[in-house]
Design a protein around this ligand. Structure first.
Ligand code: ADP
Ligand code: ADP
Length: 221
């Protein structure tokens, strides 16, 4: 369902070229939970940005759900992302002056869902991450683990088929990190959501179906 063929990505600063990804081909099946590992600077974020359609490759093709996406315009990519993908980040990326439930319903607002339906779906997503009793709090009134659970609720509120997670447990201690990881494992197992996760934590990666290892922009599995 996710297919990268001969994907390369270079960044140019003045005359200097950095090859962040070098001829990557990979296939991720529906329902898989895949982790991406490798040393700092090896291209993990860049690969996640390619799969998540946040940036386009310099060369090669990206196909998701059978749709070739490398030639799409930014607004078409944004629509595709909003419909099919959910995102979770290491630093949560919640909006501090919006309440928990208002943060969660943001992807639906963008999609033009009615107020009542937004409320229903957001409450459902918050229940799923065990935070129904915090919906009117603000992010700074929550612990790190709770903030990440809000971010997960926001990522899944639109019922995406794919969730992209960039070091989702990187800012959490091991107990909270394990709770967040368990939520992701449940999401994958029970709701059949495909998950692609960057992590530095071998013990988290071992719980996923497959580990992709990057080194200097190359896939080394
Ligand atoms: P990782 O996530 O594994 O730490 P990145 O994907 O962030 O690696 O970076 C891969 C390489 O590309 C690094 O050498 C990094 O400095 C470079 N890079 C990433 N993003 C940019 C950018 N926007 N401009 C210039 N160089 C970049
Ligand atoms: P993280 O802590 O999540 O691994 P990274 O260091 O990989 O964060 O980078 C965060 C963001 O900054 C990424 O989106 C990446 O593309 C960008 N980035 C990384 N290296 C560079 C760089 N040398 N120049 C510009 N942007 C960069």
């Amino acid at each position: 369902m996710i297919e990268l063929k001969n994907v390369s990505k270079s960044y140019f600063t003045d005359v200097l070229e950095t090859v962040a990804l070098n001829d990557i081909s990979l296939h991720i099946n529906a329902g898989e939970f895949v982790s991406i590992m490798g040393p700092s600077g090896c291209g993990k974020s860049t690969l996640l940005n390619m799969i998540g359609l946040l940036d386009l490759p310099s060369k090669g093709s990206i196909k998701i759900h059978g749709v070739h996406l490398q030639d799409h315009k930014e607004n078409e990519l944004a629509r595709f992302r909003n419909e099919h993908l959910g995102f979770i980040f290491q630093s949560f990326h919640l909006i501090s002056d919006l309440s928990v439930i208002d943060n969660v319903e943001l992807p639906l607002l963008y999609r033009g869902v009615s107020t009542a339906e937004r409320k229903r779906l957001s409450e459902e997503a918050l229940a799923q991450v065990g935070l129904s009793n915090r919906k009117d709090h603000f992010p700074n009134q929550l612990s790190g683990g709770q903030r990440q659970r809000v971010a997960i609720a926001r990522a899944i509120v639109g019922k995406p088929t794919i969730v992209m997670a960039d070091e989702p447990t990187g800012n959490l201690d091991s107990v909270l990190g394990n709770e967040v990881m368990q939520l992701l494992l449940d999401l994958n197992e029970k709701q059949k959501v495909t998950i692609v996760m960057v992590t530095h934590d071998e013990s988290m990666a071992k719980k996923t179906h497959r580990i992709l290892r990057l080194y200097d922009g190359n896939l080394v599995n």
